[in-house]
Design a protein around this ligand. Structure first.
Ligand code: FES
Length: 567
């Protein structure tokens, strides 16, 4: 017996006729399971990230019960367990800071407990990639069920109020254009039910990725939280994991170069979140693969942007679901995808699409008139981002800014930004380029979603709504704007971003995929590098600071990349 077999056990431990089996069954009997229950097979774990500290995932408590029904229908024994849950709004310093920790929790729970396979219940942005990364490293059969998006609400005259509508209101509040009464009304109107953000933000983007990577059932990403369809889907997920255990379909069978390409092309076709670039690279790393900026750009530049959903487009997620959801988009760009890749149903995409017919629908632009001929994410390089950066072309932008040269106005961290952005004396105009640094995965730490730098108050009052902004931070998938993100290396890791000064000339050229500064090398050599003031001495903060990789490696920990824990 290998070291792994001694430490890690599957559900066979419950079927053992000796002491191990007796002890396993006896402990479950104490929970109220019957003699028949504890002999059911296979044993399926349900990794549940439901938490009151994560309202997006709160509906997963109920969903778990429907998953259990499906598992029992198929003969299995469901055993639910909790994991860390990461809420986008509630996590400090940022949700990404905790993603790898959650992935380790999932990996070790799946590896080290007597289960044959696992159902992953996730939803809010980082919970989905964390679960995929952990399950991939554990490599037991896994099927994912996401929480689904929350309902749209109503605020003032807007009867289809979605989460992206809140950002302009926050800007208006900053400059005194939203009064206290409206601010209070907004608090009650913003989220009228549990579930994930109701536009193509990071959560729904990663839910679509889960379909293409063979973790989630085709068509499961867009069904609303709490809907009857999602309850039936939960039962189907329960039945499917039992089938996948029987077929021994493992995560390393479905996460391949082909499925990673499929996943990113779908992100591009959907106008999905910039965060997907980081998570896909991290997921690839867990399978012993890598993608890299050049391939991301090659795939994006040859994939049309077709899903007309918010925040980049105008339609609701429910409309894209009506159109057929992710499989309809797969069908729409099918000649660009590897249709022999395997889904969570254990079938190829060719087989999956063979029994589905999709008509025209306004939520999916025809191939003859896509929203854009190329994907919504543009990978940038240049002397300001030697190892890459990303620009999201989807959404409302001032087209003039996609080819723009301007003068930098530099902010060192979020405290400096908050202190000066609305100062009437700030030396800035509409052609300036706002630069925020010290917000990378080491510097912040965890790359908070602050890259959508607010428009300076005095310019907002003049009607300016978009400017070129750049940083080593991330941005919410629900945001849009002329924003350059994930500049790598980050400022505290020796990136040129750390050497910029207010007044330096910068040029963004989206068409040519470049972000450049015009400071000569001698001048740069005279400047003082940006200092990393984070020096934690213990605990997870120490581990993170010592082992986290830059954005171009997916911000995973160096010791977690590559498949195969045990020799
Ligand atoms: Fe949780 Fe958006 S804040 S999905």
């Amino acid at each position: 017996m290998s070291q792994r077999d001694l430490v890690q056990g599957g559900g066979a431990l419950f079927r053992d006729t000796g002491q191990d089996g007796l002890m396993h069954r006896a402990f479950l009997r104490a929970e109220g399971f019957s003699a028949e229950d504890v002999r059911r097979s296979p044993v399926i774990g349900i990794a549940n990230s439901a938490s009151e500290l994560n309202p997006c995932n709160a509906g997963l408590t109920e969903a778990a019960e429907y998953v259990k029904e499906g598992i029992r229908e198929a003969g299995g024994l469901p055993l639910e367990f909790p994991t860390i849950s990461i809420s986008e709004p509630f996590s400090r310093p940022t949700s990404l800071y905790l993603r790898n920790l959650m992935s380790m929790d999932v990996e070790e729970m799946v590896s080290s407990t007597p289960i044959d396979g696992v159902v992953l219940l996730g939803g809010c942005d980082k919970t989905v990639p964390a679960q995929i990364m952990g399950a991939l490293s554990a490599n037991k059969p896994a099927v994912m069920l996401v929480a689904g998006h929350r309902p749209v609400s109503c605020f003032k005259q807007n009867r289809e109020f979605t989460v992206d509508d809140v950002w302009p209101l926050c800007e208006q509040r900053r400059v005194g254009e939203v009064d206290d009464a409206d601010w209070l009304e907004l608090e009650g109107a913003l989220n009228i039910g549990v579930g994930t953000c109701n536009v193509m933000g990071t959560a729904t983007t990663m839910a679509a990725v889960a379909e293409l990577l063979g973790f989630a059932l085709p068509g499961s990403a867009l069904q609303p939280a709490g809907s009857e369809a999602r309850k039936e889907l939960a039962r189907a997920v329960g039945r499917q994991i039992v089938a996948n255990v029987a077929a021994n379909l493992r995560p390393t069978d479905v996460v391949t170069d082909a499925s990673l390409e499929n996943a990113f092309r779908i992100v591009c076709a959907l106008g999905g979140s910039t965060n997907a670039v980081i998570h896909l690279e991290a997921i690839a790393g867990r399978a012993g693969l890598s993608i890299g900026g050049e391939r991301f750009e090659e795939w994006s530049s040859t994939t049309p942007y077709v899903a007309n959903v918010r925040p980049g487009g105008s339609r609701l997620l429910t409309e894209l679901d009506e159109a057929g959801g992710v499989p309809a988009v797969v069908s729409h760009i099918r000649e660009l995808l590897h249709l022999d890749a395997v889904t969570a149903e254990g079938r190829t995409w060719t087989e999956t699409l063979s029994d589905r017919v999709y008509g025209e629908h306004p939520a999916i632009a025809p191939r003859s008139a896509p929203l854009s001929e190329r994907g919504a994410l543009v990978m940038l390089t240049g002397n300001l981002a030697p190892r890459g950066a990303v620009f999201k072309a989807a959404g409302a932008h001032d087209p003039r800014l996609q080819q723009h040269r301007g003068r930098a106005v530099v902010f060192d961290g979020i405290a400096d930004l908050n202190a000066r952005i609305d100062d009437p004396a700030l030396d800035v105009d509409r052609d300036s380029i706002l630069v925020l640094r010290g917000m990378g995965v080491l510097g912040a730490p965890g790359m908070p979603e602050v890259g959508h730098i607010p428009i300076p108050g005095k310019l907002h009052k003049e009607g300016v709504r978009d400017m070129v902004r750049l940083s080593d931070a991330r941005m919410s998938g629900t945001s849009t704007g002329s924003v350059v993100l994930h500049i790598t290396p980050e400022a505290v890791a020796g990136g040129p971003l750390g050497l910029l000064q207010t007044g330096d000339e910068i040029e963004l050229d989206v068409a040519n995929g470049t972000i450049r500064h015009f400071v000569d090398d001698e001048e740069l050599a005279r400047r003082t590098p940006f200092e990393n003031r984070n020096a934690p001495q213990r605990g997870f903060a120490w581990l993170h600071q010592k082992h986290v990789l830059q954005a171009d490696a997916g911000c995973d920990f160096d010791f977690l990349r590559a498949a195969g824990t045990w020799a």
